[in-house]
Design a protein around this ligand. Structure first.
Ligand code: SF4
Ligand code: SF4
Length: 280
């Protein structure tokens, strides 16, 4: 994987990753580029060579959602989240895991005794054991490149700019991955998949799809609402629902009886085929 000719330069402070899930196509160039950068290369003091097989320091996790015929794929490029409150740092009895002044977390290969406690402590499963070198290893944020004013290799190679590195000016609308772990990651995410409500509207008597049907979801906790119209195939899709929330669904079309339902977004909600009856 060639290093990008774009020669993007990296700001020297406020180091933060931003992952935009909606831009990631799952091409895995970031994983391959990480291999190209780290297999067979030592970057002292940050790390020793990554093994050729058996571990990806950035791994692109496929996430299949829905069921046929309504299926969507998302891809999550996951590497070390550079946690502010890092369980791996607290778990290491040798104080071998350290946080740089810029926030990048690294494992000192000279101090690691391969006790394996950090791999168990990391809730993101991004620490690996290199049994040949007898050390624990993980993404270093390409500290060696950053110190030279270059971007981490995964950032540099991603053709869709799904991984950004530098200062994130407005973190408010951004999320962190798996916040339930409470580790305060310094990796921010955009477009993390949220439940959707979908279905197909048909004329129940004629057994034909109906386009232009108004479908509204009303948030029963916060009073917000979202409306969409069914498309030429009678399909509707409301994205970005809050998880574990109750919504009233109102499906209305002039000349037909209203269809009303309450759904709980404990996952993606496929209402299937909704048959509307003509008014008398
Ligand atoms: Fe996704 Fe970019 Fe990695 Fe490709 S290179 S898998 S688009 S993050
Ligand atoms: Fe440590 Fe895992 Fe957090 Fe990285 S993601 S800082 S390895 S706990």
């Amino acid at each position: 994987v060639p290093v990008s000719a774009r020669q993007r330069r990296c700001p020297m402070d406020n180091k933060t990753f931003l992952i935009d899930v909606e831009k990631c196509t799952g091409c895995m160039l970031c994983s391959i580029a990480c291999k190209d950068e780290h297999v067979g290369s030592t970057y002292s003091p940050w790390t020793k060579p990554q093994p050729g097989t058996g571990q990806f320091w950035i791994n692109v996790l496929p996430l299949e959602r829905g069921r046929i015929p309504r299926v969507r794929m998302s891809y999550l490029p996951v590497h070390c989240q550079n946690c502010e409150h890092a369980p791996c740092v607290r778990a290491c009895p040798e104080a071998a895991i350290k946080t740089r002044a810029d926030g990048l977390v690294w494992i000192d290969p000279g101090q690691c005794t391969v006790c394996d406690l950090c791999t168990e402590a990391c809730p993101y499963d991004v620490i690996f054991i290199n049994s040949d070198l007898e050390i624990a290893q993980k993404c270093t944020g390409c500290a060696h490149r950053v110190d030279d004013g270059e971007l981490p290799r995964c950032v540099d190679v991603c053709p869709h700019d799904a991984i950004i590195f530098g200062e994130v000016e407005n973190r408010k609308p951004l999320e962190v991955y798996l916040p339930k772990y409470g580790t305060e990651p310094r990796v921010y995410w955009k477009g993390l998949p949220k439940p959707w409500i979908a279905g197909t509207v048909i004329d129940a008597a004629a057994d034909e799809v109906i386009s232009g049907v108004s479908v509204t979801s009303i948030d029963l906790l916060e009073n917000g609402s979202v409306s969409v119209l069914s498309d030429a195939f009678g399909d509707f899709w409301i994205n970005g629902m809050e998880k574990d929330r109750k919504y009233r669904i109102e499906i209305r079309k002039e000349g037909y009886e209203d269809f009303l339902a309450t759904v709980t977004t404990d996952g993606d909600q496929d209402l299937g085929t909704v048959g509307l009856k003509k008014t008398a």
